[in-house]
Each structure stands twice: as structure tokens, then as C-alpha cells.
Design a protein around this ligand. Structure first.
Ligand code: ZN
Ligand code: ZN
Ligand code: ZN
Length: 357
């Protein structure tokens, strides 16, 4: 905060608050705010009815509950005091911010992520093991998908999505964040919403799913995996050829994800393979995103991000090929950059599984 010239940090709804305090604000109109002055003690301003859920952390922050008839913005403004520069959590609601701007007219506001993101994006050993546990849990679900233990033929995308979600919970997650199931031509839309499309023999199915595993300290870590299967006896030649390119591109980006490599070079390593095979215009998104307490966070593996990877960065590698009206495919693992090289947290098979169930 001192380096960035920030006098006070304000964290509310969003992942910064649980990351730093172990307490997740209810996404309610009643405001919760952790006020962290650069010099001085932190205070958690919280609705009185939520206060019983807060685990007190002595020496970290004190609790200031507000009752239904009090003015919480006034309480927060008094704690902000004469601060000239306040950094607010990126996911704080605009309504809270607008009220704070009126209540503290002398302060200028900026994003808190310039301070919180460099901390959050470097995972320590404990965090990496928690990400690994979440990844291994979804690996087990993916292995059952590949092994034909999750029925596909005759089921709707929505049914399979719900089934993947149940299994993600059964494997130890506390929440399902998404379970994309896209059959045939639907997979050409990277974030297709699973619906009543019935899965048939003779088509590819893309499954991209993940959730959050919350620890005893109240902090949750995310998983995120994509695997594709072919339903029926024999994959179409064109699908197989594209998949071979995708698999090669995925491997190239993973191998490139070493400490010191600019993030954009990791994107380029895989994209080059896809371009050279003639599918360049069908890879329509960045290669990956950071992951931790949020499913998407820094660092982003994208052209233009010249920041070198540092040991402890955790991110997805997820190239895709999307042929409108025909088919789509993506292959996604979570990888950690370490001094010993890229550490893939997902280890379930990368090949196109053929499923006849
Ligand atoms: Zn994903
Ligand atoms: Zn992802
Ligand atoms: Zn592979």
C-alpha cells in the first residue's frame, strides 16, 4: 500500500475479503466492509445479523457490527477518515462505491487489485496442494466420463451437466461453479449453455466443469477442467485430425509455461501449432486464466501480457478449436509454474476418449 500510495484498502463482496480475512461477505444490499488503513488496525464493518458468522481473528481485524437503523456508510467513512487515496475491491458493488464517494469527497478511489492481485496470484505450498486436491477431484469425474461410466447416448446436455455437478460435489467440492456440456455443433460455442439437446452416437461432446473446495479456514480453491469425448464407435476423421492438433498445441503451451517466460509466449507456443495446421481463425479465445480462490484471476495467458511467470503462478492451459455449425473442442488443465518446471495439477488422460454408453 505504501509503495502504491494507497492510504486505505476497502474490501467487500468478492474474493479478496475471504482470501485475506477468512470471511466471505453475503452478497446482500446490507454492506460488509473490511477497512484496512495503511497505518493502523483493520476493522470489519458487518451487519449485526451476520456478525455471528464471523470468526474473530485477533491481531488481524476487529469487528464493528451495525444494526438495521444505523448508517453503515457513515461508519465506514469515519474509519476512512482523511485518507486521500482509497483502493476498493474490484468486485465491490457500484452502489456501495457511489455512496462512499459521496461520504468521503476528499478521497480518490482506485482498484484494489493492483495491491491484492500480485499477492493472490503467487500461491504458496499450502495453496498449491489445495488446488491440486480440487484438480484431482475433477480428474476422477473426468476419468469416469472417459470410461463410459456417465451415460451419454440418449441423455440431454442438461442431464449430463447436472450429473457432472453431482459428482463434483460427491468428490469433495462445496460448490459447482459451472458444468458446460456441449454436443456436436453446440460445442462450437465455447461457453454453450447445456440445454435439451439430446446426445447421439456419432458426435463429439465437450465437458468443461469445476467447482470450489472450501477449507476449514473458510477459504475455497477452485478446479476447472475440460475433456472431450467421442460418442459412438469411430470418430470422424476430421474431428480426429483437429483433436490431434489441439492435443499438440496444449502440450506445447504446457511445456512453455516455465518461470520467467512471458505469459503471452505461453499463448503463442500453442497457438502457433493451431495456426500452422490451418485452424488459427477457429481458436477464438486466450489460452488461459489464473485460478485460485476465484475461477478466473491473474495471470491471464493472453497475447499482450508480457509479465513473466513467477514460481507459484497457477493458471489454466485451454486451447480450443471451434468450427461453427459443425463441432468444437477444448483441452484444459490447471498448471503451476515452479522452479522445477510446469507442474500439471490435472493428470487425467488427454486423448480423445471413445464412449459407447
Ligand atoms: Zn474450464
Ligand atoms: Zn478455464
Ligand atoms: Zn497430452
Amino acid at each position: 500500500m505504501a509503495e502504491d500510495g494507497v492510504d486505505v484498502l476497502l474490501l467487500s463482496v468478492g474474493a479478496d475479503l475471504p482470501y485475506f480475512s477468512g470471511y466471505e461477505a453475503m452478497p446482500l444490499e446490507r454492506i460488509t466492509m473490511l477497512v484496512v488503513p495503511r497505518d493502523g488496525a483493520a476493522t470489519l464493518v458487518v451487519p449485526a445479523l451476520e456478525a455471528p458468522r464471523v470468526v474473530e481473528r485477533e491481531g488481524v481485524f476487529s469487528i464493528k457490527p451495525w444494526t438495521e437503523t444505523q448508517d453503515p456508510i457513515g461508519i465506514i467513512a469515519r474509519l476512512v477518515g482523511g485518507a486521500e487515496t482509497a483502493a476498493v475491491g474490484d468486485h465491490m458493488w457500484s452502489g456501495f462505491l457511489v455512496d462512499l464517494m459521496s461520504a468521503a469527497p476528499g478521497a480518490s478511489f482506485r482498484r484494489a487489485s493492483t495491491i491484492t492481485s500480485p499477492i493472490r496470484s503467487v500461491k504458496d505450498e499450502v495453496e498449491i496442494e489445495r488446488l491440486r486436491a480440487a484438480s484431482q477431484a475433477v480428474d476422477r469425474v473426468a476419468a469416469r466420463l472417459q470410461g463410459g461410466e456417465i451415460p451419454l447416448i440418449g441423455k440431454t446436455e442438461a442431464w449430463v451437466s447436472a450429473e457432472l455437478g453431482h459428482q463434483v460435489i460427491d468428490e469433495g467440492h462445496d460448490r459447482v461453479n459451472f458444468a458446460i456440456v456441449a454436443a456436436g455443433e453446440n460445442a462450437a460455442s465455447p461457453h454453450h449453455e447445456a440445454a435439451d439437446r439430446v446426445i447421439q452416437e456419432g458426435e463429439g461432446v465437450l465437458c468443461d466443469f469445476g467447482g470450489t473446495m472450501i477449507g476449514d479456514d473458510g477459504i475455497g480453491y477452485c478446479s476447472d477442467i475440460t475433456r472431450c469425448v467421442w460418442v459412438g464407435e469411430r470418430p470422424e476423421r476430421e474431428f480426429l485430425e483437429a483433436y490431434a492438433v489441439l492435443h499438440e498445441a496444449h502440450g506445447a503451451s504446457v511445456r512453455a509455461a516455465t518461470v520467467g517466460t512471458p505469459a503471452q509466449d505461453v499463448d503463442r507456443a500453442g497457438r502457433e501449432k493451431i495456426i500452422n495446421a490451418g485452424f488459427g481463425s477457429y481458436f477464438i479465445h486466450r489460452t488461459g486464466h489464473g485460478i485460485g480462490v476465484e475461477a478466473h484471476e491473474d495471470p491471464y495467458i493472453v497475447e499482450g501480457n508480457q509479465a513473466p511467470l513467477v514460481a507459484g503462478n497457477a493458471f489454466s492451459i485451454e486451447p480450443g478449436i471451434y468450427m461453427p455449425g459443425r463441432f468444437g473442442m477444448r483441452l484444459e488443465d490447471i498448471v503451476v509454474a515452479t522452479e522445477a518446471g510446469p507442474d500439471s495439477l490435472n493428470t487425467v488422460d488427454h486423448h480423445l476418449a471413445v464412449v459407447t454408453a
